[in-house]
Design a protein around this ligand. Structure first.
Ligand SMILES: Cc1ncc(COP(=O)(O)O)c(C=O)c1O
Length: 407
């Protein structure tokens, strides 16, 4: 067996299942899950139709590089969305969802023969980053976010010796679970660090199209261009249709950026065997070429957040995020507690009101004895507005009694 497998941590949902084992959710109330970040809005008809129309394309192995028409459609979208012109032949690759790509990228980039090879991750974070780093033979370093600065990562807490060993940095903007979008100044700082220490930046942007302000979130390629880095050196962006177009089952996304890195990634992927099905390619072309369904999808999330937030704000420490479909809510401390207990809160909410949320400490690692997810829960507002409102009403009732209860 590969000994590195033993270094993997259980996935947050697995941990949560263990922590709620034997617990009986209130059978008088129908179950509502705000736990998993899986989009549940309807898949747009144009994507289903494109899939059906391409059923004849199955008698052929697809190329890992994807069809030129798909890479052109992706480059067209990047140009419209970010004002960045890409060479579709060299700077774009289709991937079968951003998850596998985020994982595979570390296997391409990491040189485990270098002593102390390090991957820097935000904290809290999407657990694939950690698993990718560990299986590539690297070690991880975690950077907490600062709740007082919209959860901005505290890069200054990474010491020079760690940066010197860093080979790969994962960035998630808009962030899961915080929804925070990284501003240009922070990108400037990361590019400077990357230039000084030679590490690669993997920018996970799968929530980029679900946002609440007037301005669409800044993308990493857009930031690089604004800072005169037209070659995107040491930068690769990861984007997905899963959330943008409500097709998590399609498994479609793309990576774009540094042509040198993508050439190596293509080589890796050819052996790994992650070519996209011709049906999925056809459906993806239709999806990237249409913006109307994305606007409609965003409007649904906006209406949902506008309805739910005023209910929750009086009982939880919660604010409208920049983007994504999560609320990263602080739970109240009970009498005698120094801080909120996210696991106790989540367990009791499930037992008494049959609502699933994800305790924040399961989405983060404790560093120097402090877990930045502790005291927060992640609420994924992925269900319809009525179900989310019903969940919010139950959370309000529950929290009012919970905050007075004895630990
Ligand atoms: C932060 C983040 N990145 C990447 C993904 C993977 O999405 P997909 O593989 O569907 O593109 C997810 C999915 O939940 C996510 O939350």
């Amino acid at each position: 067996m590969n000994p590195l497998l033993a270094r993997l941590h259980p996935y947050p949902f697995e941990r949560w299942r263990e922590l709620t084992q034997g617990l009986l959710p209130n059978p008088a109330l129908p179950a509502i899950s705000l736990g998993i970040g899986e989009p549940r809005h309807a898949t747009p008809a144009l994507i289903e139709e494109a899939l059906k129309a391409s059923l004849g394309g199955l008698a052929k192995y697809p190329a890992t590089l994807g069809e030129p028409a798909l890479r052109e459609a992706i480059a067209g979208w990047v140009l419209r969305r970010y004002g960045v012109a890409l060479d579709a032949a060299r700077q774009v690759l289709p991937v079968t969802g951003s998850r596998e790509a985020l994982f595979a990228f570390a296997q391409t980039v990491i040189d485990p023969t270098q002593p102390g090879a390090t991957v820097v991750c935000p904290n809290p974070f999407y657990q694939i980053y950690e698993g990718a780093a560990l299986l590539a033979g690297a070690q991880t370093a975690f950077v907490p976010g600062d709740p007082a600065r919209n959860f901005a990562a505290e890069w200054h807490r990474v010491d020079q010796a760690t940066w010197a060993r860093t080979q790969l940095l994962y960035v998630c903007s808009p962030g899961n679970p915080t929804g925070a979008v990284m501003p240009l100044d922070e990108w400037r700082r990361l590019f400077e660090l990357s230039d000084r220490h030679g590490f690669v930046i993997a920018s996970d942007e799968c929530y980029s199209e679900i946002f609440f302000g007037d301005e669409a979130p800044l993308g990493s390629l857009q930031a690089a261009k604004a800072l005169g880095r037209d070659d995107f050196r040491n930068l690769v962006a990861f984007t997905s249709l899963s959330k943008r177009s409500n097709v998590p089952g399609l498994r479609s996304g793309f990576v774009a950026g540094d042509a040198r890195l993508l050439k190596a990634f293509l080589l890796y992927r050819t052996y790994h065997g992650s070519a996209m099905s011709p049906l999925v390619q056809a459906a993806s072309i239709a999806a990237w070429n249409d913006e109307a369904h994305v606007q409609a999808n965003r409007a649904l999330y906006r209406a949902k957040f506008a309805a739910v937030l005023p209910l929750l704000a009086p009982v939880l420490d919660v604010a409208l995020p920049d983007a994504a479909f999560y609320l990263w809510a602080g739970v109240p401390a009970r009498p005698g507690e120094a801080a909120g207990d996210d696991v106790a809160y989540g367990r009791q909410l499930l037992a008494q009101y049959n609502v699933q949320v994800l305790p924040g400490s399961l989405l983060a690692r404790a560093v120097d004895g402090s877990n930045p997810g502790r005291g927060r829960v992640r609420l994924a507002l992925v269900a319809g507005v009525d179900e989310c409102l019903e969940a919010a009403r139950r959370i309000v009732d529950f929290t009012r009694s919970y905050r007075e209860s004895t630990p």
